[in-house]
Design a protein around this ligand. Structure first.
Ligand code: NDP
Ligand code: 8X3
Length: 249
């Protein structure tokens, strides 16, 4: 039986690469995002029998419900949910950050993720499926300017572990993937469209690629069903840790 992955944020970065990886592995994919033209391009590239485009803003629960209700029969049985859609906005310290940016990150990275998970849990339990939540090293290690973004990802990691607990005995697997720096549209979004800042961050840094993370997502999804990776933290070799800071004065 062909398995189906429901991948949020498949118009760019990890989600787009994951959609390609799953289809290459023989899966069907429900690909979501706001940019419908990109999802249509993915359908054109991979085939309408392999990819179903679901265009909605994950923060809009009614639009999410409508998209779920409109899933064609061939894509309605979900084996793996990849909660990937998300974003960081801003790098300013908390005392200078935009409250609107904070709320957007919480609405997207937390509220939308739990809403979709809640909606799809019955289907996932029925199929003894898997949930793969994309968190971040920013949810594990603090850094200046990480404030609410890191907070949302810490939520994702802890929510995943708690889901594991609640789903005990159902056969449903839950994994959180915590990547470090990867070259996608992430920094362009974080800097509100500053291409030069995005280029500067990745230049000469040899960051991970979207495909590197897609491979990890696919690996987790295709493990034997008796194995559960709880968390998978992955960084480029060029990124590591700095020490505590001490203010004197
Ligand atoms: P991209 O910006 O390249 O992709 C983000 C995806 O999320 C897009 O497909 C976008 O689709 C979707 N998305 C964002 N907001 C919404 C929304 N309101 N409704 C629907 N879809 C939305 O970034 P990445 O691929 O890097 O990011 C994917 C995930 O990985 C995020 O959760 C991010 O926090 C996380 N991450 C990224 C890291 C990195 O260094 N790149 C490292 C660690 C974690 P569209 O705009 O079309 O709606
Ligand atoms: C993004 C990874 O290292 O830019 O989640 O915080 S990092």
């Amino acid at each position: 039986m062909t398995r189906t992955a429901f991948i949020t944020g498949a118009t760019s970065g990890f989600g787009l690469a994951a959609a390609r990886r799953f289809v290459a592995g023989g899966w069907k994919v429900v690909a979501t995002g706001r940019r419908g033209e990109r999802l249509q391009a993915l359908v054109d590239e991979l085939g309408a029998d392999r990819v179903h485009p679901a265009v909605f803003d994950v923060r809009d629960a009614a639009a999410m419900d409508a998209a779920l209700a409109a899933l064609p029969e061939a894509f309605a049985g979900i084996d793996v949910l990849v909660n990937n859609a998300g974003l960081a906005l801003g790098t300013a310290p908390a005392q200078q950050a935009s409250l609107e940016d904070w709320r957007t990150m919480i609405d997207t990275n937390v509220t939308a993720l739990v809403t979709l998970t809640h909606r799809l849990l019955p289907k996932l339990i029925e199929r003894r499926g898997a949930i793969i939540n994309i968190s971040s090293v920013a949810g594990v290690y603090p850094y200046p300017g990480g404030n609410v973004y890191g907070g949302t990802k810490a939520f994702v990691s802890q929510f995943s572990l708690n889901l594991r607990s609640d789903l005990h005995g159902t056969g449903v697997r839950v994994t959180t993937i915590e990547p470090g720096m990867a070259h996608t549209e992430f920094t362009l979004v974080r800097t509100h469209g500053n291409q030069a800042a995005s280029d500067a961050l990745y230049r000469d840094a040899n960051p991970m690629s979207a495909e590197d993370i897609a491979e990890q997502i696919y690996y987790v999804a295709t493990l034997p069903p008796h194995l559960n990776i709880n968390r998978l933290e992955i960084m480029p070799v060029t990124q590591s840790f700095a020490g505590f800071q001490v203010f004197r004065g």
